[in-house]
Design a protein around this ligand. Sequence first.
Ligand code: SF4
Length: 263
Amino acid sequence: MTSPREWLASHPAPQRQARPKSMEISYSQINSFMRCPWLYKTVYVDRKRPPLHPASSLGISIHRALEAYHRGGGGELGKLLDCYDANWSHAGFATAQEQMAWHQKGQRILERYFGQEIERRSEIVAVEKDFLFPLDCHVVRGTIDRIDRLPEGEIEVIDYKSHLDMVGEEEAAQNLQLGMYGMGVRESLGYEAAFLTLYYVAAGKKVTVKYDPARDEEIGELIVRVADHIVYAKGFKPETGCCPQCDFRKTCAHSAAKDDALK
Ligand code: SF4
């Protein structure tokens, strides 16, 4: 995806009305619009859900299991696996055998996660925590997977990722979602984040960077610019460069990757 700076340079601010239109906007909306405005329309205007496939379904199950487990105060591995079974998503599998294989894969991921949890020295202060704050004439909202307090008292904001496509520290430091979460905890929840973490649970690895408030201005400008483009959009244009990675590529009328296999 293009960087905030590149996107801002190629998308000048639209003319606002005397009384500016406003909207509530999240990272997912911004990400969809920046990738392909038609994708934004498909999901947030037409309200179509992307078809589930084994990897996305497993991601949902793992997220829900971790939320239920930590909300319940954590505990033994059996409790985590019970949360997994209770929150298992059955959709997106072609056969019962395929579902079974992915369920076992998820179980191995959570067993490793539990092994890392035993070593954890931080205290979990919130899970699936919503934030909401005004920005210019818009409102920014989001949900943070986990907020930890480290032994020295510093706050770590954590986003779980269930895929294996890991980024390095340099890319994580520029990650828009993490930057927005850093702003969200300060503006809405009263915490000052010290660290922002992408926790790749399937790989059992974390990529942690320092929260850099110097990025807030550019991120804020990007959020407002994207929201303005959405509220003043005169139609949503397809950007076919993202079609090979798009969940709607099989059904979208503008898809340039209808025959591509899932990636
Ligand atoms: S398939 Fe391509 S054009 Fe259609 S929504 Fe996805 S990225 Fe946009």
